[in-house]
Design a binder for this molecule. Structure first.
Ligand code: CTP
Length: 162
């Protein structure tokens, strides 16, 4: 078994500490945490407190990833974007240590301004003042301008996050 044994996470033996204020993105499929950080534009450079648990044991998922961002409550548009790659995640808003809101996220029908189009000849890559727009389909995200498809596994490659 190449995967190291992870310890059970519970309140007595938390692998990642509770936070006072901020957002906990829970029940991420194992392996998604780093993509979530990329989508949120988190690289540690602005000094925010961020905890990441990868491949922690979960009753529901077997293994899961979890991301805790301190002093930041995700906006609805950030939640929409996360929903593309992590539709099964739970977003918990934490205030003064208490979970004040818990939302299961829903897959959006379209995303605007999130991804580059992979087609170099697409109008969205021509320095025109046009936002990219992709329609969310079962087989991936389809550019609304040229029809190119970005599969979900390719989303991190085409992320347009500063
Ligand atoms: N959490 C945290 N800091 C807090 C409160 C909660 O980091 N001050 C985290 C918990 O560790 C958990 C998530 O936020 O990962 C949701 O907390 P809670 O709703 O208390 O846990 P569960 O009931 O296990 O959540 P669910 O039903 O969504 O699995």
């Amino acid at each position: 078994d190449a995967v190291p044994r992870a310890r059970k996470v519970d309140d007595q033996q938390l692998r990642v500490s509770k936070i006072r204020d901020g957002t906990v993105i829970d029940h991420l499929t194992a392996g998604e945490a780093l993509n979530v950080l990329a989508i949120l534009g988190i690289d540690g450079s602005s000094g925010e407190g961020v905890s990441v648990g990868m491949n922690v044991i979960s009753d529901r998922l077997g293994r899961k990833d979890i991301v805790k961002v301190e002093d930041r409550e995700l906006s609805q548009s950030e939640v929409d974007v996360l929903a593309v790659i992590a539709p099964e995640a739970t977003i918990n808003i934490i205030r003064d240590y208490a979970v004040v809101d818990k939302k299961r996220i829903e897959r959006p029908t379209a995303v605007t301004g999130l991804l580059f189009c992979p087609n170099r000849n697409c109008i969205t890559n021509a320095n025109e003042p046009i936002n990219t727009r992709f329609i969310v389909l079962d087989e991936g995200l389809q550019c609304d301008y040229c029809g190119s498809i970005v599969r979900e596994s390719e989303v991190p490659t085409y992320l347009d996050v500063a």
